[in-house]
Design a protein around this ligand. Sequence first.
Ligand code: GTP
Ligand code: MG
Length: 484
Amino acid sequence: MMDHYIADDTICAISTPTGTGGIAVIRVSGPNAIGIVDSVWKGCKLDSVKSHTAHLGEIIDGDNPEEPIDQCVATVFRSPNSYTGEDVVEISVHGSRWIQRESIALLMRAGCRMAQPGEYTRRAVMNGRMDLAQAEGVADIIASSSRAAHRIAMSQMKGSISKKLSVLREQLVQLSVLLELELDFSEEDVEFADRNRMLHIAEDIISELQRLHNSFRDGNAIKEGIPVAIIGATNAGKSSLLNALLDDERAIVSDIHGTTRDTIEETLEIGDYLFRFIDTAGLRDTEDPIEQIGIDRSRKAISRSVITIFLIDATTLPQSKLDMSFIKDNLPEELLNEPQDFHSLIIGLNKIDLLDNYSTLTDDSRQELSKVNIIDKIPLHSIVPVSATQTIGITHLKQILTDIAKANDISGTDDIIITNLRQAKALKNAIDSIQPLIDGLKNGLDTMLVAEHLRETISHLSSITGTIPSTEILNTIFSRFCIG
Ligand SMILES: Nc1nc2c(ncn2[C@@H]2O[C@H](COP(=O)(O)OP(=O)(O)OP(=O)(O)O)[C@@H](O)[C@H]2O)c(=O)[nH]1
Ligand SMILES: [Mg+2]
């Protein structure tokens, strides 16, 4: 079992980013952590100090005791009250590359092994300091690049998903115990678990699991960047818009129609959110098979996006006036066929620097927008006049994007959110195995089979928090860590 995991070696690594810094932290963890650091330490004997205390001293190479490597602070955490659950010493050295390199080399000569990515957290899981979902939260916190992503990861690290699932799991375990009893007394034809009550509980649980599973799309968008597809006809200025948003010459721009052949993705943090912009190949009829592949990818990008910017070259508008029926006629079919619950549509009118009636166009868009807020079931959020090359209206467009993100933000609610593919898959498996349980209960299925479905559901739920983690699951999760 996990609580009895004892590593036989002591690991060390630099836990701060590579490079030079004011301070670098070297973390040493394992059964011999304190002894090993003591053997290279000049100062008070760390073996005799209290847990959770910090001590000034020097790191000394025994072969060259006259020349200390650094003056530094060692903080001692005794097992089991440390991050890993083992004895841990954290040494804060001055952050020169030389000091970091020499200190690690010295610790390794004294008996440490270099830690693998994620090994500290892995040991924490093995020692029951946290469960797998929490460990995934740690990886997400280290990787989080926006406030919203950080908020979700924090809640996961503190165990919100684990608590929720353990309540659901506990209910199922109790039912399972009753069913097993029934099976033991099968000859006597007794019913310990009231079938109606079971059905009730199973239905409550499946709807909760479904809610959690549905949160994955939004949760993952917050973590990986909210996907925003930029689509439209060739030469509308899509790549120019991407460059203007990023303030970088990322995509090739030219007046040749069909310049962008493949989708280009770039992330950008705006306000509290991370967005993932997808520049696409311009939509047009083409004989060119390569261009056709690109266009197919553009259409797919629509279905992967949460926000779609449909960009129109405003100089192609009839009489350069905003004409909603013209826009509607030119909307790509894929957008109209998409399930609309996730989509917000922004219509961008580009190249307004080339128009004389730029201000009337702006007024028209405001007026049209107040009349139309839905085009064929797609919620039309805004009509924005911009100039990608003259960077007019870009700040406004960014504001609109964060407004949409904020309006749909689930990270600030108390609801628990799944952001992790492994967890989403396990939830799906649990849902798939609880459904036949529900059907079975309705149709008076044999106790033996009901019990089997129940066991399967419990095992899928357990795999999320890793009540019984397999080596394979552990390896997959910790291979995602770069540090920690
Ligand atoms: N005057 C003006 N020209 C623009 C603006 N935006 C883009 N252009 C020009 O329009 C041409 C096409 O721009 P792109 O960004 O390559 O257009 P695209 O939509 O990516 O085109 P494809 O990749 O072929 O689908 C280029 O010559 C740009 O310089 C703008 O706001 N004003
Ligand atoms: Mg392009």
